[in-house]
Design a protein around this ligand. Structure first.
Ligand code: 5GP
Length: 204
């Protein structure tokens, strides 16, 4: 069986990733999502185990010690990490898995898995980024300012990615991601078994 592919998706806070993912996974339930373990407090509307597992710092540090994470980062004082086991399991089952990380996490995964395809989600403009960050109404002015600062430095590192998807129109952005995943499935390295399958059944 051919192995599944890893798709690293990063984009600044305020790029609209959450809405985009909701539409994407509804449309394509065959694409798996890597649930991160994080130590920040749950926001209103977030559900345990949906996008994140909300854990204590102690538990996170245990996971680190036991080498259970593929990558991790500290973002505004909280740990965010990608558990290794579900990613490895998906690849082995031939499933495509999408991993949401920040730009540092993307770099760590690229180093460990050079075959991973990386996608940067770009907000359409500075003005829209600011509107989305302030409009959430779930965070203090200070946190919004910090997120704005982080977001701008992440955008400056979009050059490290294979693809950029502008999230202006949700459905178009979702279709762009699906196309990237579809075309990667057609790459030679994803279909080596197909060649042997045909050559080994040549009739004499
Ligand atoms: P938020 O607090 O807005 O949900 O996420 C803050 C930042 O952490 C975002 O840039 C998000 O993409 C990133 N992030 C989410 N999960 C992970 C993870 O598992 N690892 C890393 N390195 N970053 C993550």
């Amino acid at each position: 069986m051919n192995k599944g592919g890893v798709f690293i998706v990063a984009g600044p806070s305020g790029s609209g990733k959450d809405t985009l993912f909701k539409v994407l996974f509804k449309k394509r339930p065959d694409i798996k999502f890597s649930i991160s373990s994080i130590t920040r407090a749950m926001r209103v509307g977030e559900v345990e185990g949906e996008k994140y597992n909300f854990i204590t710092r102690e538990k996170f540090e245990d996971m680190l010690k036991n080498d259970e994470l593929l990558e991790y980062n500290v973002y505004i004082g909280n740990y965010y990490g990608t558990p290794k086991a579900p990613v490895v399991a998906a690849i082995e089952k031939g499933e495509d898995i999408l991993i949401e990380v920040d730009v540092n996490g993307a770099k760590s995964i690229r180093e460990k898995m050079p075959e991973a395809v990386s996608i940067f989600i770009m907000p359409p403009s500075y003005k829209e980024l600011k509107r989305r960050l302030s409009g959430r109404g779930t965070e203090s002015e200070e946190v919004i300012e910090k997120r704005m600062h982080e977001s701008l430095s992440e955008i400056a590192r979009a050059t490290e990615f294979d693809y950029i998807v502008v999230n202006d129109n949700i459905n178009e952005a979702v279709d762009d991601i699906i196309e990237i995943i579809q075309s990667s499935r057609l790459m030679l390295k994803r279909q080596k078994n197909l060649i042997d399958g045909v050559l080994n059944n040549v009739e004499s």
